[in-house]
Design a protein. Structure first.
Ligand code: PLP
Length: 386
């Protein structure tokens, strides 16, 4: 694998900003910004937005996202506005009955929680939350506990690929196998991983795989891409859009109402899914990611942070074993000597952007970060521990 070089020039971050917080929001690459400006300009004269744009833009998005997650079926990708929407679509179509359970992880991002809480509450089913349960070998134990929690009464397993607070990695291939053994559906929120971490739908075989665009896809807010597996082929969407019907490309025949949906996941698209402003931005960023490739992004982040993490461990900081965390997203837990308020103030003073979550600092580097960013972070953390 040819290593990826630093890609700072593809972005417009200021030299004084040490942005290690892609888990909060990804910066927009230059080409995506340009695509967005061009898209906005088009609307000065509406005739420049011709009917095929309604379809073309999203066809391209579906194809790019499908490639990114290893699927050769772009028709399985829906254009949706957020993770909660995808989860609501999943919850509407997955039968859950009294006595059954839905398995989630402890402190999971709420977008993949509330839909299940409502569904289980209404059905008399259990939301089964699995915590890490240990501080040593936390990642390995958490994975084991997740697999144990999935039983014959499990209707749905709704989990992330890496945990949003500290990057703990979940073995989705093993979880997927377990789901199929017991007949449970697998709903994956990959918002904190796809784009920076390789994902292969052929190996994991999720029923739903949703990814918001504004973090690791380096795209816009209010757009997420959702892959739906065969279990959803005959499902019912949250909205009855006209665009998801046969012949909707023919604007003259829109009032020849058709009750059947187009094949595939298009039926799950949000209303006005052909977002002329957002789709070109997202597509430009996806093209960059496909050129950079997630496995090379992982390798880049690993290389960038390796020495720093070894040094921090020597100072009493702790980080999850590499096998059970992302290289693009991980928590650095503090030694007791660190004054968290002082650390927070110093991070702010040195323009280091990273989130403090409990007693862990969540670091989320990406290809625009370099040794200068890591050097400043190092100075702050070494100073805080001494
Ligand atoms: C794991 C995860 N999923 C989803 C989201 C966003 O969810 P939504 O699109 O429902 O706002 C976030 C935002 O921080 C996240 O960390």
């Amino acid at each position: 694998m040819r290593p990826l070089e630093n890609q700072r020039d593809a972005f417009q971050l200021r030299r004084e900003d040490h942005y290690l917080n892609c888990a909060y929001m990804g910066p927009l690459p230059r080409v995506a910004e340009e695509a967005g400006i061009e898209a906005i300009r088009k609307k000065r004269i509406p005739t420049r937005i011709v009917p095929p744009d309604s379809f073309w833009n999203t066809d391209r998005l579906r194809a790019l996202f499908a490639r990114l997650v290893g699927s050769d079926e772009p028709g399985r990708v829906a254009i949706q506005p957020g993770v909660s929407y995808a989860v609501a679509t999943a919850a509407k179509n997955l039968p859950v009955s009294a006595g059954q359970n839905v398995v989630i992880t402890h402190e999971q991002f709420p977008g993949n929680v509330y839909g299940w809480r409502r569904l289980c509450g209404e059905a008399g089913a259990e939301v089964r939350t699995v915590d890490a349960g240990a501080s040593e070998h936390r990642g390995a134990i958490w994975n084991e506990r997740l697999l144990e929690a999935i039983d014959k009464d499990t209707a749905v397993v709704a989990v992330p690929n890496v945990h949003w607070t500290d990057g703990t990695w979940f073995d989705l291939e093993a979880i997927g196998t377990r789901c199929r053994d017991v007949g449970a559906a697998l709903v994956v929120d990959a918002t904190q991983s796809v784009g920076a971490l390789p994902f292969d739908v052929e190996r994991v075989r999720p029923d739903v795989l949703v990814c918001a665009a504004y973090k690791w896809l380096l795209g816009p807010y209010s757009l997420c891409l959702t892959y739906f597996g065969p279990r959803f082929d005959d499902g019912v969407p949250l909205e009855e859009t006209w665009i998801a019907r046969e012949d909707s490309r023919d604007f003259q025949r829109l009032v020849d109402y058709r009750d059947e949906y187009l094949e595939g996941a298009v039926r799950y698209d949000v209303a006005e899914r052909s977002n002329f402003f957002l789709a070109p931005i997202a597509a430009a960023s996806l093209e960059l990611l496909l050129e950079w490739r997630p496995e090379r992004i992982q390798a880049y982040c690993a290389e960038l942070t390796r020495e720093l993490l070894a040094e921090l461990r020597g100072l009493g900081y702790s980080v999850e074993e590499e096998a059970y965390r992302g290289n693009h997203l991980f928590g650095v837990r503090m030694p007791p000597s660190v004054d968290l308020d002082a650390l927070k103030a110093e991070l702010g003073r040195r323009n280091v952007s990273a989130s403090l979550r409990g007693t862990a600092l969540r670091l989320a580097p990406n290809v625009y970060n370099d040794e200068v960013d890591i050097g400043v972070l190092r100075d702050v953390l070494v100073g805080a521990a001494s």
